[in-house]
Ligand binder design. Structure first.
Ligand code: KG4
Ligand code: ZN
Length: 347
């Protein structure tokens, strides 16, 4: 089966072509056209600008991939920025008509989860399902922070989510306060890694860490960074040492909350695995600390995390989600190119 996948939920225009035979994945193309430079001056994604760029980029990217023997087209249908999503959806509909193939609408959050199923040697982990589920999934991106109980492909329950900013959004906003540009996550991670200690006076809160629920809140953390920053003398707040210390503390505060709540959910629901996904899961320190804590506190629990390049938005994960959704739906052939796509906001 050959799948062409399109992803335009935020600021990356992404196209991929996948070939899947006997659960073995071959990546024919996986192109990500980043708009980072364009949005940098706004310190975040500017939706109407992103839409225009998708409209410009998609036809160019599509020309670069082979349309030969495509069986299905998959497209991110939500959640995401509405104007951006519709560019991808309309483009996919037209292409599906042209190629006379069916189209599968994909939930972006589910795609961030399912990209974990690329096993060693690109053989999907389908035979591992018995030992994987139930699983706790933590999806942490620029738009979402959700803890999901997963009982199988397509069987999800949202246990908790952020009440305000997403974890990635918090990285981005803290970076903006510190003048580090967009996207904030990678910039903060880089400076945090340079921190050598010796700046003990920054103590940020770990919002909702002790609450019984599985919800998150990150906007207070960003405000605490802002107050600390404003209260410093101009010379100090510009110093390398201060910026590094602040990056380290803000990153650690986010990591502490994410790990604590995820492990609590895994213990309470006695899950067999923990699955991570989304752009923030590319954070090296988060990956390292998660792995160590799972091993120490719940060694019976398996830990899955995509390669860093597959954590941030890409169309490969959309294509993988097409494969699993196609398997799930008996009548998938009936989803015609001109079918009205429903934008699913919830899993
Ligand atoms: O999943 P993603 O590519 O797009 C959305 O679906 O939102 O996630 C983007 C988010 C941005 O907020 C970015 O700052 C964050 O992921 N991010 C990181 C890292 N790389 C990307 N956050 C922390 N550390 C990173 N290394
Ligand atoms: Zn995403």
């Amino acid at each position: 089966m050959r799948i062409l996948a399109i992803e335009t939920s935020c600021d990356d225009t992404c196209v991929a072509v996948l070939e899947i035979r006997n659960s073995k994945l071959e990546i024919k193309s996986n192109i990500v056209s980043s708009q980072v430079k364009l949005h940098q001056k706004y310190g975040g994604v500017y939706p109407s600008l992103a839409k225009r760029e998708h409209q410009k980029n998609l036809p160019l990217l599509i020309k670069k991939v082979s349309h030969n023997k495509i069986d299905l087209i998959g497209v991110t249908a939500g959640p995401g920025l509405d104007p951006c999503l519709w560019v991808g959806v309309n483009f996919a509909k037209d292409l599906a008509k042209k190629l006379k193939v069916s189209i599968v609408p994909i939930n972006h959050i589910e795609a961030h989860i399912l990209v974990n199923f690329i096993g060693n040697n690109f053989q999907f982990l389908i035979s591992n399902f018995q030992t994987m589920f139930p699983a706790i999934c933590l999806v942490v991106s620029g738009g979402h922070t959700q803890l999901i109980l997963m009982k199988g492909v397509g069987k999800y329950r949202i246990l908790g989510e952020t009440q305000d900013d997403a974890a990635g959004e918090c990285f981005d906003k803290v970076a903006r306060i510190l003048g580090l540009g967009y996207p904030g996550g990678p910039a903060i991670a880089k400076l945090a890694a340079k921190f050598e200690g010796g700046f003990a006076s920054i103590n940020l809160p770990r919002p909702m860490i002790h609450q019984k629920n599985y919800d998150f809140s990150f906007s207070g953390l960003k405000t605490a960074v802002l107050y600390d920053f404003k209260n410093r003398k101009p010379k100090e707040r510009k110093s390398k040492k201060y910026i590094q210390a602040m990056c380290h503390e803000a990153q650690q505060a986010i990591i502490d909350v994410l790990i604590k709540k995820t492990l609590k959910a895994a213990k309470n629901y006695k899950t067999k695995s923990i699955i991570l996904g989304g752009g923030v899961a590319a954070n090296n320190e988060l990956r390292k600390q998660f792995r160590e804590r799972v091993k120490k506190e719940i060694p019976y629990c398996k830990f899955y995390i995509p390669d860093s390049e597959f954590c941030t938005d890409n169309a490969l994960m959309t294509g993988i989600a097409v494969y699993f959704n196609r398997r799930k739906k008996k009548n998938w052939k009936k989803i015609k190119a001109n079918a009205n796509l429903r934008i699913d906001r919830k899993l």
